[in-house]
Design a protein around this ligand. Structure first.
Ligand SMILES: *[C@@H]1O[C@H](CO)[C@@H](O)[C@H](O)[C@H]1NC(C)=O
Ligand SMILES: *[C@@H]1O[C@H](CO)[C@@H](O)[C@H](O)[C@H]1NC(C)=O
Ligand SMILES: *[C@@H]1O[C@H](CO)[C@@H](O)[C@H](O)[C@H]1NC(C)=O
Ligand SMILES: *[C@@H]1O[C@H](CO)[C@@H](O)[C@H](O)[C@H]1NC(C)=O
Ligand SMILES: *[C@@H]1O[C@H](CO)[C@@H](O)[C@H](O)[C@H]1NC(C)=O
Ligand SMILES: *[C@@H]1O[C@H](CO)[C@@H](O)[C@H](O)[C@H]1NC(C)=O
Ligand SMILES: *[C@@H]1O[C@H](CO)[C@@H](O)[C@H](O)[C@H]1NC(C)=O
Length: 557
């Protein structure tokens, strides 16, 4: 029986495919060949012989597809170099056949009726693109599958592969699958890693190494560079930071260098021993005066310098030079103040200003003094005509200050630790030693006397000031015209006003009689004098110094 059916089978097979000998292409055969009338019977007989054949439970509608699948199987069996095609069809071997492999994969009617004899499917190195060709799972009996060296992408059908009971060889290497989840480890125990080399399924060792290298070296390097960059900005050029981030008052040497074009000679205004004065422009366009002291100082002095600067930057008054900030270490220090184009009072007096202009300047100085008296009693300042300067708008600016720090143990004048910061102006005529000891009221007296007389007492020796004051006293009040600046007479000063002015100055200077007026009295007297020159109008407000008491102390000490 078996031999009869085998003979029949061979007979039918030969009769069916006799035409195909001449055709050289599977496409042509598929187009030209049609099931013979007895095809029905043929497959029925085959199924009788082997019921496991996939088309055996077919319906009549399936006949054309079954016929076509047999044509493809015949071709594919030959292409795969099987012996005894198509009956001994055990292997689909289309390795390195990129022209025809995708074509055969596209014949889904073939895969639907995948011959049960096929055990191995080799499709490596065919540039097959796209998703995994899941039609091949129809050949559920397969034992070996090689899809290596293709361009497959997307998820690998791990579950379908696992459900192939007889699959013992698998190669998915050299593809571009998506990485699988850790939960599929059972699959990777079944097939070892050589099945998935560069498949994308497993984390790539080289990629991992690269990531590790990046994490171990690149990331720290990135952090170091970032920190370095911001440190550079913070410590060297904080003026590049947004204003809320940086301490505006503290300058850096790099900032000063940038402001002065690298401390260029063109920016150098004056040089006196250890002191250099530069004119500079900050990044925001502010014109500044930069005083650089290159004298080496002790650590304690350096600390005091900073403390003093912290006080000075808080001074806010229109009659005080605005201190913008500082920079410093023990070797050198700098103080940055606003740039004022004007000159000092000495120079200004040589242009013979009018009586009214001189009084305006005196009033400004008194206001500055009142502010300092109320807000910063620990600050001493210098009122010599060479140190008070004028802004472009002829507003007087007190420019030299000294912070007097009380020693807590004793409170006597002698025990005061004094450090001096001098904001020099073009002429430096008063030595530091003369700065202290003389009360501000007395200094103001001399200042007023100088403004009115334009006779500069020899500043270097206290003795000469005394002589000068004595000489003034002998001429007061009878010969007051002798004392005051000749040129003042032409600008409308009355003898009364002259006498009042000189009288006020002498009262301020005279410390012995303890009749020195208070600052409030001085302010009143100067205002009265001014009102007698410029008749008070309802619009001209007296600027009481009390108004300035509202300034908030930025730093509590
Ligand atoms: C196949 O056989 C069935 C009966 O089994 C018949 O009805 C049908 O017409 C046949 N078809 C062909 C294509 O011979
Ligand atoms: C043939 O049988 C298989 C299972 O053996 C089944 O999946 C398939 O649907 C059946 N085909 C037809 C046409 O009945
Ligand atoms: C397959 O190969 C055999 C033997 O070489 C040949 O007789 C047959 O015509 C071939 N079939 C096809 C479809 O090429
Ligand atoms: C892939 O096939 C080409 C020819 O199509 C061949 O030159 C190449 O060596 C093959 N590569 C591999 C890895 O088998
Ligand atoms: C797997 O192989 C065994 C033994 O060779 C066979 O009996 C079984 O039918 C095969 N399974 C499939 C699904 O082909
Ligand atoms: C993987 O398995 C094959 C046999 O299937 C074996 O020759 C090879 O050494 C194994 N490789 C690894 C890395 O385990
Ligand atoms: C899979 O193919 C690659 C490349 O051809 C090869 O290096 C690897 O050994 C193969 N894996 C197995 C399990 O044969």
């Amino acid at each position: 029986m078996a031999s009869i059916s085998l003979t029949l089978l061979l007979f039918f097979a030969t009769s069916i495919y006799v035409l195909e000998v001449s055709s050289n292409s599977v496409i042509e055969d598929l187009n030209n060949q049609h099931p013979p009338p007895d095809f029905n019977t043929t497959i029925a007989n085959k199924c009788l012989n082997n019921p496991s054949i996939r088309y055996c439970n077919h319906t009549s509608a399936d006949i054309p597809d079954i016929f076509k699948s047999i044509i493809v199987a015949e071709h594919l069996c030959n292409e795969s170099k099987n012996l005894g095609c198509p009956d001994s069809f055990t292997m689909i071997n289309l390795q390195n056949r990129p022209k025809i492999a995708p074509l055969y994969l596209s014949f889904n009617f073939f895969w639907k009726y995948c011959p049960v004899t096929i055990l191995s499917i080799f499709l490596s190195n065919n540039s097959i693109e796209g998703a995994f060709p899941s039609d091949i799972f129809q050949c559920s009996q397969m034992e070996a599958l090689d899809l290596s060296h293709n361009q497959l992408t997307g998820d690998a059908p791990i579950e379908s592969l696992m459900s192939l009971p007889n699959l013992t060889f698998l190669n998915l290497s050299y593809n571009h699958f998506s990485e699988v989840k850790i939960s599929d480890t059972q699959f990777f125990q079944h097939f070892n890693s050589s099945s998935f080399i560069h498949s994308g399924l497993l984390p790539d060792y080289h990629k991992f190494t690269l990531k590790a290298v990046f994490l171990l070296i690149g990331f720290p390097l990135f952090v170091i560079l970032t920190v370095g960059f911001w440190s550079f900005i913070c410590f060297r050029r904080p003026d590049y930071l947004p204003s809320f981030l940086c301490q505006r008052r503290k300058f850096t040497s790099a900032m000063l260098k940038a402001a002065t074009n690298g401390f260029s000679g063109r920016n150098l205004v004056a040089k006196m021993g250890d002191l250099e004065i530069y004119r500079g422009t900050l990044r925001d366009g502010t014109e500044v005066r930069i005083e650089i002291y290159t004298q080496r100082i002790s650590k304690e002095s350096s600390i005091k310098f900073v403390e003093e600067c912290k006080v000075l930057v808080q001074l806010q008054h229109e009659n005080l030079v605005q201190v913008l900030g500082w920079w410093g270490n023990r070797r050198s220090r700098a103080i940055v103040t606003e740039w004022t184009d004007g000159e000092n009072i000495d120079t200004w007096l040589s242009y013979s200003p009018t009586w009214k202009q001189r009084l305006q300047v005196v009033m400004g100085v008194v206001e500055g003094m009142s502010y300092l008296y109320e807000q910063w009693p620990e600050l001493e300042y210098d009122l010599s005509t060479s140190s008070v300067c004028l802004s472009k708008e002829t507003v007087p600016l007190i420019s030299r200050f000294k912070v007097v720090q009380e020693d807590n143990s004793t409170h006597t004048q002698e025990s005061k630790v004094q450090i001096t910061i001098s904001l020099f102006f073009s002429t430096v005529s008063i030595a530091f030693s003369n700065f202290s000891g003389v009360s501000e009221i007395s200094q103001f007296g001399v200042f007023l006397l100088e403004i009115m007389s334009n006779k500069c007492p020899n500043n270097n020796i206290t003795q000469s000031i005394t002589e000068y004051v004595d000489w003034t006293s002998t001429n007061y009040p009878e010969n007051v015209w002798k004392v005051i600046d000749e040129r003042l007479k032409k600008t409308g000063i009355t003898e009364d006003q002259a006498a009042n002015g000189i009288g006020l100055a002498l009262m301020c200077i005279d410390r012995s009689t303890e009749q020195q007026p208070s600052l409030v009295q001085i302010a009143d007297a100067v205002t009265m004098l001014y009102d007698s020159v410029v008749p008070a109008t309802p619009n001209r407000k007296r600027r009481p110094h009390k108004e300035r008491g509202k300034h908030e102390r930025l730093q509590s000490r």
